[in-house]
Design a protein around this ligand. Sequence first.
Ligand code: FMN
Length: 211
Amino acid sequence: MSIEDKNAIYNVIFKRRDVRSFLPDPISPEIIDRVLTAAHHAPSVGFMQPWNFILVSSTQIKERLAWAAEKERQALAIHYEEERAGHFLSLKVEGIKQAPLTICVTCDPTRGGSHVLGRNSIPETDILSVACAIQNMWLATCAEGLAMGWVSFYKKNDVRDILQIPPHIEPVALISIGYTNEYPSSPILEQVNWEKRRSVQKLIFHETWGK
Ligand SMILES: Cc1cc2nc3c(=O)[nH]c(=O)nc-3n(C[C@H](O)[C@H](O)[C@H](O)COP(=O)(O)O)c2cc1C
């Protein structure tokens, strides 16, 4: 790999951000195709490729998804004590209605049969594989000059009902994609003093846990 290629990869890794504010400008189908092809080239346990992508651009369906996310956001506030609950409720945690496109990324645990190589030991490796595909989408959208937000605030059955997803399929993520004029230079949760990046050196052990 050339130095330029190497730098390009690290650049996109460090530049990529979770975004929750979008412009209404449409995205060309060719770009969406490239992003989904990048997703489809992610690693997966036993090469099971457990993902599907439901592309939602209908305002009506996006409004219903936004309702499911808003309901969950309100419900989750009970986990925090007074001041933190107020801070939590002030956070913008999704941009579903703003973004021109929402992609529901799903996981089919039955794909590849009951003995997918490697999945017998750790069943959740199917969901982990889908997360790898989503990270590829995140990097690809960033390289395309697009913004992407991962929304996980919802009850899975609400999303199943709205998108007519069968009961055995897991709706892993609602992904908002669009252009933005507010691409953050650091994580939004860091900017609003919710959480900060830990020192990687403190997370690395040598030989055994804690050392
Ligand atoms: C599995 C997963 C679920 C997430 N769910 C949400 C979410 O529901 N709402 C939201 O605003 N951000 C969500 N995020 C984005 C994180 O808040 C974000 O990645 C983190 O704050 C670090 O910021 P960065 O992605 O810009 O580096 C999620 C991220 C991951 C990996």
